[in-house]
Design a binder for this molecule. Structure first.
Ligand code: PLP
Ligand code: COI
Length: 344
């Protein structure tokens, strides 16, 4: 793939795709320690054919964004939370985590090096950052690797769900994404591999994404293929599923706090697919999704429409305005949420 050039991008019309940018970050763990790591122009990875990641799936990743501010500077949003989650995901798969206290510095380094690719303020696009760790050590039996690689790639992106702030349609699936006691709480590639088939069936039928139900009873909403779920009750309360097999979303944690500041009495609780009437609005929330209104959910052929199939509801809009206002640097957020990337 050819290296991208900043002048070739049509920022306001960007989709959610990969472009090969000038710099990536690469560090290696061998002989019991992580090396210094460095920026590299090489966006390929060399490893043994017996690397654990290729057979037994030792891989964990993160997703965060760099946001261009009005003053031309660049912010990250709560990157320490991504560092912590990657640490937890790596531990779950018996990988040696890249040191948490070096994670944010490495992210800043790669964003600074690719700063021409952080889309302009107000374009609706951002620079997506994908740090990941793989088991690169050779195995043939089912054992953890003893060598690891940590990489960060970055790529400019537009909205993840096609409509952006226009509501789109979602559908439940008979497939499960993750089991209770499995790896649903970890951001690991295997969860996403399991979601490819149900996701592509949903897309083929015109839906934006799958609504996964709990793997025991297939009754309670878990989350979406690429985001957590929230509903707003008719009396304006913010509810989001509580489950041992969903990703602990950083956007969700942030919105719980924002909803609380709006007096929306946020709650993490069981949400039955048969009790959607309690909600006047619903949405997807995540780094890639930001907040995307859920227009409807179809379950067993029955379509439940929330606020509207074409318009975003007032609570969803208010939450979006606050969250994106903080992320873009237009509004001051709670301490530690906005992290400047020095560009010089
Ligand atoms: N759930 C899944 C399955 C995801 O892939 C994501 C994206 O990271 C999320 C939820 C949202 O998490 P976050 O807000 O930390 O991006
Ligand atoms: C993210 O929001 O960062 C994710 O990892 C979601 C993914 C489906 C793109």
């Amino acid at each position: 793939m050819k290296k991208a050039k900043a002048e070739d991008f049509d920022w306001p019309n960007l989709g959610f795709n990969y472009y090969d940018l000038p710099y990536s970050f690469h560090a290696e763990y061998r002989d019991g320690k992580w090396d210094e790591g460095k920026l590299t122009n090489d966006s390929t990875i060399k490893m043994s054919e017996a690397a654990n990641v290729l057979h037994y799936g030792q891989e964990a990743f993160e997703g965060l964004k760099a946001y261009r501010r009005k003053d031309g500077g660049v912010n990250l949003f709560r990157p320490d939370m991504n560092a912590k989650r990657l640490h937890n995901s790596a531990k779950r798969l018996l990988m040696v985590p890249f040191p948490e206290n070096r994670f944010v510095e490495a992210v800043k380094m790669v964003v600074k090096a690719n700063q021409d690719f952080v889309p302009p303020y107000g374009s609706g696009a951002t620079l997506y950052i994908r740090p990941f760790i793989i088991g690169s050590g050779e195995v043939i039996g089912v054992h953890p690797a003893d060598k690891f690689q940590f990489h960060i790639l970055v790529t400019p992106v537009g909205p993840y769900y096609k409509g952006g702030m226009k509501p789109t349609e979602y559908v439940t699936s008979p497939y499960d994404r993750a089991a209770h006691g499995g790896t649903g709480q970890s951001k690991v590639s295997g969860n996403y591999a399991a979601s490819l088939l149900p996701g592509s069936l949903a897309h083929k039928n015109g839906y934006s994404d799958v609504v996964y139900l709990d793997p025991r009873l297939h009754e309670n909403i878990e989350e979406l293929g690429g985001a957590n779920f929230f509903g707003i009750t008719k009396d304006g309360k913010f509810k989001t599923p509580k489950s041992p097999s969903i990703l602990p979303s950083i956007t969700k944690k942030s919105l719980l706090q924002i909803a609380d500041s709006f007096g929306m009495e946020p709650e993490e609780t069981s949400i039955s697919i048969y009790d959607l009437d309690q909600f006047s609005e619903a949405g997807a929330m995540g780094t890639a999704a930001v907040i995307s209104p859920v227009g409807s959910i179809t379950h067993n052929g029955n379509k439940h429409v929330f606020y509207s199939e074409t318009e975003v509801g007032p609570y969803t809009q208010k939450l979006y305005d606050r969250l994106s206002g903080i992320q873009d640097g237009d509004q001051k957020g709670p301490d530690g949420w906005q992290v400047d990337v020095p560009l010089k």
